[in-house]
Design a protein around this ligand. Structure first.
Ligand code: CP
Ligand code: NVA
Length: 321
């Protein structure tokens, strides 16, 4: 073994799989990479490496920031627009890709497909959104929230809307890193019980869920929302719009939070539905800082997982030898 640093985790499937220290290390590296980019410093720690980017769903931010990010690190991003498991089994896809590429990024419908990819591939696998989770988003968001509010530990983030993949990743984050997260949602759109139970077990008192908008948004330092119908839920758009209408993030709702609260959204936004123009375009809105940080946070994840030692292996490959 070349004595290379081992990040202690080999894939990024869920933030629940990481320790607080590992998450903070990634965030610190993301801050450093952001600063270096501003100073024009170019390092190529992943020189000559290839990242396969599997997309079952559309993307702007994730696609551009992974492809740009791997390029800036000295590597190459290869786009695969395909539905996993249809033409051949997921284990077979993994056992092919690992012979050619150095890392795999996947945006899928099925969460299990990404878990299976990671189990069978000897190269790192990064979850770039599944129906269940969106961990890369929350790393970038946490970086942005820290930039605007400093230390996260006394902050309250009110997630107003659907208990979806983005919300679940916030609960996983709060289970590891001190930060209070409350889901404020209509009846029937709660977070999945497994993720809720996990957060309550790992960090009692740090996460909660309510249907009461006033109580949920009170004292919030950050108000976060996301689309009411995620990719794959388009058929439910109408009924969801009716159920979520009272939960629209508008000036009145923002008025319930702290005066200096920031507004956050993972984007893409459906303006006029989950958020009004006056909120998303207000000085309180940090949505484009979040989007920018997708680049820095994902570069930090790729560098952490894919960097190779003198033996030519990354930590995951070395562990599997
Ligand atoms: N927030 C986010 O993941 O954006 P895309 O769907 O455009 O990648
Ligand atoms: N919850 C949204 C996030 C998009 C980045 C979706 O899954 O479509």
């Amino acid at each position: 073994m070349a004595g290379e640093a081992n990040p202690g985790f080999h894939d990024l499937i869920s933030l629940a799989d990481l320790t607080a220290g590992q998450i903070n290390d990634v965030l610190a590296l993301a801050d450093r990479l952001k600063q270096e980019r501003r100073e024009g410093i170019q390092a190529h720690p992943l020189e000559g490496q290839t990242l396969a980017m599997i997309f079952e769903k559309p993307s702007l931010r994730t696609r551009v920031t992974f492809e740009t990010g791997i390029f800036q690190l000295g590597g190459y991003g290869l786009l695969l627009e395909t539905r996993l498991g249809q033409r051949e089994s997921v284990p077979d896809v993994a056992r092919n890709l690992e012979r050619w590429v150095d890392g795999i990024m996947a945006r899928t419908f099925s969460h299990e497909a990404v878990v299976e990819l990671a189990a069978y591939a000897s190269v790192p696998v990064i979850n770039a959104l599944t129906d269940k989770l969106h961990p890369c988003q929350i790393l970038a968001d946490a970086q942005a929230l820290r930039e605007h509010k400093g230390d996260l530990s006394n902050l309250k983030l009110a997630f107003v809307g659907d208990g979806n993949n983005v919300c679940a990743s916030w609960f996983n984050f709060a289970a590891r890193v001190p930060l209070h997260v409350t889901l404020v949602c209509p009846d029937g759109y709660e977070l999945d019980p497994e993720t809720l139970a996990f957060a309550e077990r790992e960090a009692p008192g740090r996460t909660s869920m309510t249907h009461d908008i006033d109580a949920g948004v009170a004292d919030a330092d950050a108000v976060y929302t996301d689309v009411w119908a995620s990719m794959g839920q388009e058929a439910e758009r109408k009924e969801r719009a009716a159920a979520f209408a009272p939960y629209q993030v508008n000036a009145k709702l923002m008025g319930l939070a702290k005066k200096d609260a920031v507004f956050m959204h993972c984007l893409p936004a459906k303006r006029g539905l989950e958020v009004t123009d006056d909120v998303i375009d207000s000085p309180q809105s940090i949505v484009f800082d979040q989007a920018e940080n997708r680049l820095h946070a994902q570069k930090a994840v790729m560098q952490t997982l894919m960097a190779k030692g003198e033996d030519g292996l990354c930590a995951k490959q070395r562990a599997r030898q």
